[in-house]
Ligand binder design. Structure first.
Ligand code: ADP
Ligand code: ASP
Ligand code: MG
Length: 408
């Protein structure tokens, strides 16, 4: 009997009726002869609500305790799904990440999976049980509960599929990966097959449909991942090594990332060692820096702007205040109302004019570009948050990524 991993996201398990619907789908897979491991997310907006709840107790909840709190969300769903399966006559048993042996490092809120012991799962599957695992969480070597970063249940599922040598079906509230978020860009087109690298880039740049780390796992271990709808039987999107039509596809998609904030250090003396001091302080605080812009200096002074994850924003500001004084800068400003709009595609390597098409599309919409960064396979522009959706639609349209005649 083959093992298969299913993963159901928050919207798919948002209430008791939906959990029962998920149970019926799992039961069907089992009837078809599969041994099923199911990874679940917290119900609906539970994770956001738990974070907000912590914020009402203290302005600065410690990351360790936030992990303790957030991990309960997934545990609730796992228990309820096991009950719903039992009610259908399907023997099922639920576990937390810790119980099932998902060992992580100790980086609370963004922990990395170090190892997974398959013993427990294998034992339960052999006994004929469906194994329901609470996603998004693990435990470190000192028995602290950890979480894997927002969207981390995808990574739980793909990592389990990797160690079990099983395919992974990601059931969510859209029926596949589209050329852009279909809720933002109504004309977006479903992609049948997408290369791991392109999916990785799209996920890293804000396409929340899969967590980037899940795609990394899939690529590293060659896991067959399919993204599908939990509300229909429509065929989804399959992640592969190489997509068939890659050569003639210049661009794969457009993404919007609203999870960054911009910091600017003003009137910085333009001399060696300054960038090292600024970004050294970020590294020391374990904060990843994304885009960086240093202006041309005027009279020996310059401004330096960069973006960090919104989650790190408060810590970044605190660390920078100290640096500003030390390097003799005039001060700093911050802007949380930004979004990053990107175009992604491996075909971009061999095509000219991609950047100018993107910038012209934004110009036609009267949207100002605050920062730009490029790589071989993507171009990103930071814009005002209020302009982001319009920017995504304009760029998507300019590259002709939308539905074509004859598409379903
Ligand atoms: P889940 O709770 O099932 O994990 P998520 O909200 O994390 O679901 O991810 C699914 C969402 O990802 C979709 O509802 C959609 O808004 C968003 N999304 C962003 N970019 C894309 C894309 N390119 N294709 C499909 N969905 C996308
Ligand atoms: N519940 C977690 C989150 O909202 C993990 C997940 O849904 O994948 O980020
Ligand atoms: Mg998700």
């Amino acid at each position: 009997m083959a093992v298969v991993v299913h993963k159901y996201g928050g919207t798919s398990v948002a209430g008791p009726e939906r959990i029962r619907t998920v149970a019926r789908r799992v039961a069907r897979a089992r009837e078809a002869g599969d041994r099923v491991v199911v990874v679940v997310s917290a119900m609906g907006d539970t994770t956001d609500e738990l974070i907000a709840l912590a914020g009402r107790v203290t302005a600065n909840p410690p990351d360790r305790e936030l992990d303790m709190l957030m991990a309960t969300g997934e545990q609730i769903t796992a228990a309820l799904l096991a009950m719903a399966l039992g009610d259908l006559g399907v023997p099922a048993v639920s576990f937390t990440g810790s119980q099932v042996g998902i060992i992580t490092d100790s980086a609370h809120r963004k922990a990395k999976i170090l190892e997974i012991s398959t013993e427990k799962i294998a034992e339960e599957l052999a006994a004929g049980n469906v194994v329901v695992v609470a996603g998004f969480q693990g435990v470190d070597h000192r028995r602290n509960i950890t979480t894997l970063g927002r969207g981390g249940s995808d990574t739980t599922a793909v990592a389990l599929a990797a160690v079990l040598g099983a395919p992974c079906l990601i059931f969510t509230d859209v029926d596949g990966v589209y050329t852009a978020d279909p809720w933002i860009v109504p004309g977006a087109r479903k992609i049948g097959r997408i290369a791991y690298d392109e999916m990785l880039e799209m996920a890293s740049l804000g396409a929340k449909v899969l967590q980037a780390r899940a795609v990394e796992f899939a690529k590293k271990y060659g896991v067959r991942v399919e993204v599908r709808s939990s509300f229909s039987d429509a065929p989804g999107t399959v992640l592969t090594g190489e997509a068939d039509d890659m050569e003639d596809m210049v661009l794969r998609g457009v993404t919007v990332d609203r999870d960054e904030a911009k910091l600017t250090i003003l009137h910085v003396p333009d001399r060696p060692g300054i960038a090292a001091a600024i970004f050294g302080s970020m590294a020391e605080a374990n904060i990843n820096v994304d885009m960086i812009i240093q202006n041309v200096s005027a009279k020996g002074f310059t401004d330096v702007s960069f973006t960090v994850a919104r989650d790190d924003f408060r810590r970044a500001t605190a660390a920078l205040e100290e640096v500003v004084g030390r390097i003799g800068a005039a001060g700093m400003t911050s802007d949380e109302d930004i979004a990053k709009v990107s175009v992604v595609g491996v075909g971009m390597k061999s095509h000219r004019g991609v950047a100018s098409t993107m910038f012209s599309a934004l110009a036609r919409e009267g949207i100002n570009i605050e920062m730009i960064s490029t790589s071989e396979i993507k171009i990103s522009c930071v814009v005002e948050a209020k302009d982001a959706d319009r920017a995504a639609r304009a760029v998507h349209e300019a590259f002709g990524l939308g539905r074509r005649e004859g598409d379903a």
